[in-house]
Ligand binder design. Structure first.
Ligand code: DGL
Length: 261
């Protein structure tokens, strides 16, 4: 992994899902330089063993650390749950993670019935169980694992009928029964439009991207590690373990997708 930048933020995910978080980061901190690494050759992480996810995450962060990255953002709920603790013990630099946005969803005054969709690994780990213990009591909450969905999103072509079919299988039973949905995997914001087709327009969608970008801002500011406009322009370099021009093109297409509601 050869960095095109010095003094940059390394953003990683199991694949292209983390680009939904990267969008929020470049909006929040446009002067920064980012290298996004998607491990698409090994996606999905959300259906692998915890040990495998730890190993894959560690080896990506090791390479970024060796190249002098100033902070790491794990733009993946699964890798955060499985490996953030380990990474924080191993590397002496800010490691920012992401978790399903259950707190804002469940504690919002107009949320009564909340569904969290995430990968099987995220939903099975202690980090999520702790989050559940703390916030699920504020509303009527349920969790839905979505095996196969991140893998399908990796393939692009998101307007194809099989995406709606898959979402209908996972979410159809909740139509008319929930008012808030937590997108607990960074791949899922890319199918917000299709989720609305399945659940209808009345459901509020929550994801952790903006909160993670703000956290990155806070952490870098507290360390006086933010770039200044006079340091030159910010920017993004995309890298992938599927190292082909087509894959990088797909990442760029996802980066320019409008995810605002
Ligand atoms: N994007 C990841 C997440 O936020 C994981 C998807 C996967 O590889 O299973 O959980």
């Amino acid at each position: 992994m050869r960095p095109a930048f010095k003094n940059y933020i390394g953003v990683m995910d199991s694949g292209l899902g983390g680009i939904s978080v990267l969008q929020e980061m470049t909006r929040e901190l446009p002067n920064e330089r980012y290298v996004f690494f998607g491990d698409s050759a090994h996606a999905p992480y959300g259906e692998k063993s915890v040990e495998t996810v730890q190993q894959l995450t560690l080896s990506i962060v090791e390479k970024m650390a060796a190249e002098g990255v100033k902070a790491i953002a794990i733009a993946c709920n699964t890798a955060t749950s499985a490996a953030a603790g380990l990474l924080r013990k191993t590397f002496d630099m800010p490691i920012i993670g992401i978790e399903p946005a259950l707190k804002p969803a469940a504690t919002s005054a107009d949320s009564h019935r909340v569904l969290v969709m995430a990968t099987p690994v995220t939903l099975s780990l202690k980090k999520y169980h702790d989050l559940w213990e703390k916030y699920a009591g504020y509303a009527d909450c349920a969790s839905q694992p979505c095996p196969g969905l991140a893998r399908r999103i990796e393939q692009g072509n998101l307007d194809a009928p099989d995406v709606i079919e898959m979402l209908t299988r996972f979410l159809g039973p909740y139509r008319g029964k929930i008012d808030s949905l937590v997108l607990g995997c960074t791949h899922y914001p890319f199918v917000k439009k299709q989720i609305r087709q399945v659940l209808g327009d009345g459901v509020k969608l929550y994801d952790g991207g903006r909160g993670t970008a703000r956290e990155l801002h806070r952490v870098l500011a507290s360390r006086h590690a933010l770039r200044r406009p006079e340091d030159g322009p910010g920017g993004v370099v995309f890298k992938s373990s599927i190292d082909t021009p087509e894959e990088i093109q797909l990442y760029k297409m996802f980066y320019h997708m409008n995810l605002e509601e």
